[in-house]
Ligand binder design. Structure first.
Ligand SMILES: Cc1cc2nc3c(=O)[nH]c(=O)nc-3n(C[C@H](O)[C@H](O)[C@H](O)COP(=O)(O)OP(=O)(O)OC[C@H]3O[C@@H](n4cnc5c(N)ncnc54)[C@H](O)[C@@H]3O)c2cc1C
Length: 463
């Protein structure tokens, strides 16, 4: 059988759902909102951004009443279906942060490190079991031209450079030419257990959570904000929006993001013999260094989660359940998986899925308020929000508090990304960028005119 047909068969045998959410101990659905309710703070969205916002709001002011409304189920979207790389970086990597916010880069790095420590502390304080492993992460070079970049990154970031032998001694792949191991900057988590655990912690602190309660609109007046939901109305003094890639309740925010789909495979658990072939005793998260990069890691039960590479945008900012499955991308991912780990020939995949990412043109979160400071939002994490969403929640709460704080004074908080143009320009722009990035990967990283123009306009993607 031809190789591509073999990969197609292999991936189509996998369950078409996120591995993380596919658990017998998934919590039962909470009741939707019917009728009216009021709270000091209403949070819309039950992903990490909304959950951290609700938790931190109650922690800082136990008198404040908080209702969180989720349109579907807690953690069903990006927060429960990601790679589980919980990174300290708030800026989608050091290079992006240094380029965009040079004057406050050190501050952002410090805040990011504090944020990761605070996540770990909160998990302990609230007894949230989510397989948090502070393994660090390794960027690997799989092409000769990437090695020098990694060496430079290791020097400027104070991280450990591994040559090909040292890298393969950590994780055994014939494709590795070098690696940089950032030991402190990343933890791995079980993202669905984190989302469920945060929701349970919120409820223990007195937050009311309603699921299957999509908010359909909001209006502000002198006394507060009214949020209409499918079967009810929420009245609030302040509203925090953590709605990510989904259409914002604030129309003016919509042009700043496009929904981009990212895809993941998970293997069957590795046998002890298979694991011994790969090594990976330190269980680091791994990412390769191309523009179209893979990210991968061991799950708590020693499967390999293998994601990334393709980034798919649908004309008109399309978001549909059907887009969570993309057989062509799964087959490509399987091909690349076996090229990386040929010794695992014969292993099957247990799960395949996709999810939507709130991509913005600066590749890290942005923030703002509307309705005279009563409505706040945080979004635009561009695929790196597992850790940064807690920072986003803190920023939103500070903005809604109306006082100047260290966070609200940051340029990163006060500035916005460049918005995307309307269709068909958005679609054409995204496709041209994807095509050019793939081409650069094939040509030793050399960027064409289009990418150089984007770089010059401050829109370049170098992650
Ligand atoms: C496949 C994949 C892999 C990823 N891997 C990583 C990774 O390894 N590391 C990392 O840092 N990041 C990763 N990310 C990104 C990360 O998952 C997100 O940045 C993060 O989860 C965003 O959290 P959020 O709460 O802002 O958004 P979401 O988790 O998307 O939550 C938004 C919620 O808002 C709800 N909502 C939207 N509109 C409404 C409305 N009108 N009314 C009520 N509810 C509404 C939605 O139903 C949803 O539950 C990945 C993402 C994907 C898709």
């Amino acid at each position: 059988m031809p190789q591509d047909q073999r990969f197609s068969r292999l991936v189509m045998a996998a369950e078409p759902r996120p591995f993380w959410l596919d658990r017998p101990d998934a919590p039962p659905a909470r009741e939707p909102l019917r009728g009216e309710a009021a709270a000091d703070l209403v949070v819309i969205g039950g992903g990490f951004t909304g959950l951290w916002t609700a938790l931190l709001a109650r922690e800082s002011d136990p008198e404040r009443s908080v209702v969180l409304a989720e349109g579907n189920r807690i953690g069903w979207a990006a927060s429960g279906r990601n790679g589980g790389f919980c990174e300290a970086s708030l800026t989608h990597g050091a290079a992006n942060g240094r380029d965009r916010f040079p004057a406050e880069f050190d501050t952002l790095q410090r805040l990011g490190a504090e944020n990761l420590d605070a996540i770990e502390a909160a998990l302990g304080r609230h007894g949230i079991a989510c397989d948090f492993e502070r393994t660090g992460s390794v960027s690997v070079a799989t092409e000769e031209y990437q090695v020098a970049g990694l060496r430079e990154a290791a020097e400027s970031g104070g991280t450990a450079f591994l040559d090909a032998d040292a890298m393969r001694a950590e994780v055994n792949s014939p494709t590795y030419l070098a690696g940089v191991w950032d030991k402190g900057g990343t933890a791995l988590v079980h993202p669905a257990r984190l989302a469920w655990g945060l929701a349970a912690a919120c409820e223990r602190l007195g937050v009311r959570i309603v699921e299957r309660t999509p908010a359909t609109g909001l209006a502000g007046d002198a006394d507060g904000v009214t949020v209409r939901t499918r079967n009810g109305v929420l009245r609030a003094d302040r509203v925090a929006l953590g709605t990510s890639a989904f259409p914002s309740l604030l129309r003016r925010v919509r042009p700043y993001t496009v929904p981009v789909y990212d895809y993941v495979l998970v293997t069957e658990p590795l046998s002890p013999a298979q694991l011994a072939e790969v090594g990976w005793r330190n269980r680091q998260g791994i990412g390769d260094s191309g523009n179209q990069f893979h990210y991968y890691r061991l799950t708590p039960d020693n499967r390999i989660l293998w994601g990334g590479y393709d980034a798919i945008y649908h004309f008109g900012r399309g978001i549909r359940l059907a887009y969570d499955q993309r057989p062509a991308t799964f087959a490509v991912l399987a091909d690349h998986f076996f090229a990386t780990f040929p010794q695992l020939e014969g292993i099957g995949f247990s799960h395949r899925w996709g999810g939507v990412i709130d991509t913005c043109s600066r590749f890290c979160a942005f923030f703002g308020t509307a309705h005279s400071g009563r409505v706040g939002y945080a979004l635009g994490y561009t695929g790196l929000g597992v850790g940064a969403s807690r920072f986003g929640a803190r920023v939103m709460l500070d903005l809604l508090g109306g006082e100047r704080t260290e966070l609200t004074g940051l340029k990163m908080v006060r500035s916005k990304p460049i918005p995307f143009p309307p269709e068909p320009l958005a679609y054409l722009g995204v496709q041209a960028t994807r095509w050019s990035l793939a081409r650069a990967d094939r040509r030793s990283g050399r960027r064409n005119l289009w990418l150089r123009a984007l770089d010059a306009a401050g829109l370049g993607f170098d992650s």
